[in-house]
Design a protein around this ligand. Sequence first.
Ligand code: COA
Length: 247
Amino acid sequence: MLGLGTLARVAREVRLDVGAVHDRDPAARGVSSVEVLGLWPGVHALLAHRVAHTLQKAGVPVVPRVIATASRAITGIEIHPAAEVGDALFIDHGTGVVVGETARVGRNVTMYQGVTLGGNGFATGKRHPTVEDNVTIGSGAKLLGPITIGHGAKIGANSVVITDVPPNATVVGNPGHPVRVDGKRPEGPDADWIHLPDPVADAIRGLSGRLGALERRLAELGAAEDPEPQAAVRELRSVRGQNPAGG
Ligand SMILES: CC(C)(COP(=O)(O)OP(=O)(O)OC[C@H]1O[C@@H](n2cnc3c(N)ncnc32)[C@H](O)[C@@H]1OP(=O)(O)O)[C@@H](O)C(=O)NCCC(=O)NCCS
């Protein structure tokens, strides 16, 4: 339950969070810890989350969500009370950061504004990413599904990552792909991320080849004209009733 031990733990975590700002935010050079504690939204969001998470684990109803909602309104950072966040997370700027319910964030992680650790679809259970220690996630990056981002990895700004990332890799683009692993460009057959096999395009190419062969055969048989009239193009009309897409 809640007690002095819990308060001491939360205080230690907040001290580490403030330390992370001093270590990793060039804008915090020469700024006192009190100022960081008072004016850095990432620190406010983490402080709120530490309290909300502790209450959530203690089984306190509603209050954790109220804290998370108030924190989001003030900082623009949404961290679900059940998300597990390690020591010394640094959220720079913060606005638009979303950390989902089953996300796990390791120690010494850095996140810039607009990062999403999100679910993919409506599955229940573990559905958000696990981010290991010392990972940096660039602004606007979307990490989706129960994937693992290996320790020390860097995720480029605006990347969309939907598969596991190996440790110490740099991943960029949409879909995110490694451009460095342990500081070196990936080698071997998997290094060509531009010319990936495309089974759908291959199937369409195969069908189109067969259609061409049939047309040529028909022409040879003297049936070059269309055996059936072209399907009439129907005029578009507005659909009435409920929008099936909702919203
Ligand atoms: C991904 C990142 C961490 C890589 O940094 P790095 O280790 O110094 O790597 P490099 O700059 O050498 O880039 C490696 C390759 O990825 C490419 N690249 C880097 N970032 C990219 C991005 N966001 N999107 C697409 N490609 C990117 C580089 O052009 C380079 O390509 P090359 O292999 O053809 O030379 C960095 O580019 C990044 O995106 N950081 C996020 C910063 C951020 O969000 N700042 C917000 C502050 S408010």
